[in-house]
Design a protein around this ligand. Structure first.
Ligand SMILES: Nc1nc2c(ncn2[C@@H]2O[C@H](COP(=O)(O)OP(=O)(O)OP(=O)(O)O)[C@@H](O)[C@H]2O)c(=O)[nH]1
Ligand SMILES: [Mg+2]
Length: 307
C-alpha cells in the first residue's frame, strides 16, 4: 500500500485539529463533512455536543484527527461547566486549533468572549467562517478582516459545512500543515467512539429533535446492553435519564407515542450505520440530580467539576 510505503519512509503526517466555537456554529456538522460520514450528532439546538469526540480521516499522506468539542458559552450549571472546560482542554491538546465563527451571527457576544480567551492558546490557529451559504459573499470579507484583527490566524477559510463548499480546501491545507509523524489510528478508523456510545448519541439526537425547551438539557442517554444475536441482528438496550416524573411523562408521550417515535428514528439510523438489523429497547428513568452525579459524567467522558 502506498500509505505504508510512505510510513516506512517517514513521510507521513498526523495532525490533531480541535474545532472550537460558540454553540451551534456547526462544529459537528463540519467534522462529519471532513470525515465524510456521520460520527457526531447535529441538531438545530444549542449545546448538542457534550463531550470531546474524535473524527478521523486520511488526506494524502496525512491522517487528520478532528476533535469535535462542546460549544463554548457562559456556563451556569455543573454540566455546562464540564462541557466548556472540556472544550478548552480539547483546544490545548491539539496541534492546530480551528476557530469557527457563524457567518450570519458574526462577532456576537459569544464569539467575542471566545476570541478574548484565545490568546491563551499557543498552537497555530486557523479561522473558519462557516455557514457562508446563508450570507452574501460581500459581507464575509469584512467579518474575516475583523476577526483577523483580534488574533493571529495562520489562515482563514470560508466554508459551508452543510453544502461542502470550501471543505476540500480546508482539508488540503490541514493535511499540508499537519506535523510529520506516524498515523495514530488504523487507516480505516473514522471515530474514536465505540459504537455503543455513538448509538446513545443518536438516540440523544432524536430526543433533542423531538423535545422542547429545557427537556433536552435535563436528559441524557446511556447504552446498557449491546448484544449481537445469532441471526446477525443486534439487541440494544438504552436508558434515557430525566430529572423528574413530569419529564418522564413527556418523554413517554401520550400512550407512549413520543418514546416510540424517538425509538423508531434512532433504531433506523443505528441500523443504517452498523449495517445490521437493530432491536432497540428504550427505558426512561427518573434520576433526580443526574446532572450532579459523577457516574453520569464518567459515562459521558467528562471530568466531574467539583462545584
Ligand atoms: N445553513 C447552514 N447550516 C449549517 C451549516 N453548518 C451547520 N449548520 C446547521 O447549524 C446547526 C448546528 O449545527 P451543529 O453541527 O450541531 O453545531 P455545533 O457547533 O456542533 O453545536 P453544539 O454541539 O451545540 O456546540 C444545525 O442545524 C446544522 O444543520 C452550514 O454551513 N450552513
Ligand atoms: Mg456539536
Amino acid at each position: 500500500m502506498a500509505e505504508q510505503q510512505q510510513a516506512a519512509a517517514g513521510e507521513t503526517r498526523c495532525g490533531f485539529i480541535a474545532l472550537i466555537g460558540a454553540p451551534n456554529v456547526g462544529k459537528s456538522t463540519l467534522v462529519n463533512a471532513l470525515v465524510g460520514a456521520k460520527v457526531a450528532i447535529v441538531t438545530h439546538k444549542v449545546q448538542t455536543t457534550r463531550a470531546l469526540l474524535r473524527g478521523i480521516t486520511i488526506e494524502g499522506a496525512a491522517q487528520l484527527v478532528f476533535i469535535d468539542t462542546p460549544g463554548i458559552f457562559a456556563p451556569r450549571r455543573r454540566l455546562d461547566r464540564a462541557m466548556v472546560a472540556t472544550a478548552w482542554s480539547g483546544a490545548h491538546d491539539a496541534d492546530i486549533v480551528a476557530v469557527l465563527i457563524d457567518a450570519r451571527r458574526g462577532l456576537d457576544e459569544e464569539a467575542e468572549a471566545i476570541l478574548a480567551k484565545l490568546s491563551e492558546v499557543r498552537q497555530p490557529k486557523v479561522l473558519i467562517i462557516n455557514k457562508v451559504d446563508l450570507v452574501p459573499r460581500e459581507s464575509l470579507l469584512a467579518l474575516a478582516a475583523n476577526v483577523n484583527a483580534r488574533d493571529n490566524f495562520a489562515a482563514t477559510f470560508m466554508v459551508s459545512a452543510l453544502t461542502g463548499d470550501g471543505v476540500g480546501d480546508l482539508k488540503a491545507w490541514l493535511a499540508a500543515h499537519a506535523p510529520p509523524g506516524p498515523w495514530h489510528y488504523p487507516p480505516d478508523e473514522i471515530s474514536d467512539a465505540p459504537l455503543r456510545s455513538l448509538a446513545a448519541e443518536i438516540t440523544r439526537e432524536k430526543l433533542f429533535l423531538r423535545l422542547h425547551e429545557e427537556l433536552p438539557y435535563r436528559s441524557t442517554v446511556a447504552t446498557d446492553q449491546w448484544k449481537e444475536l445469532k441471526d446477525g441482528s443486534v439487541r440494544i438496550e438504552q436508558t434515557i435519564y430525566v430529572e423528574r416524573e413530569s419529564q418522564r411523562k413527556i418523554v413517554l408521550g401520550k400512550g407512549g407515542q413520543t418514546i416510540k417515535a424517538i425509538g423508531a428514528e434512532a433504531r433506523r439510523e443505528i441500523a443504517q450505520i452498523i449495517e445490521a438489523p437493530v432491536h432497540l429497547f428504550l427505558f426512561v428513568k427518573v434520576r433526580e440530580g443526574w446532572g450532579d452525579d459523577p457516574e453520569r459524567y464518567r459515562e459521558m467522558g467528562l471530568e466531574f467539576p467539583e462545584e
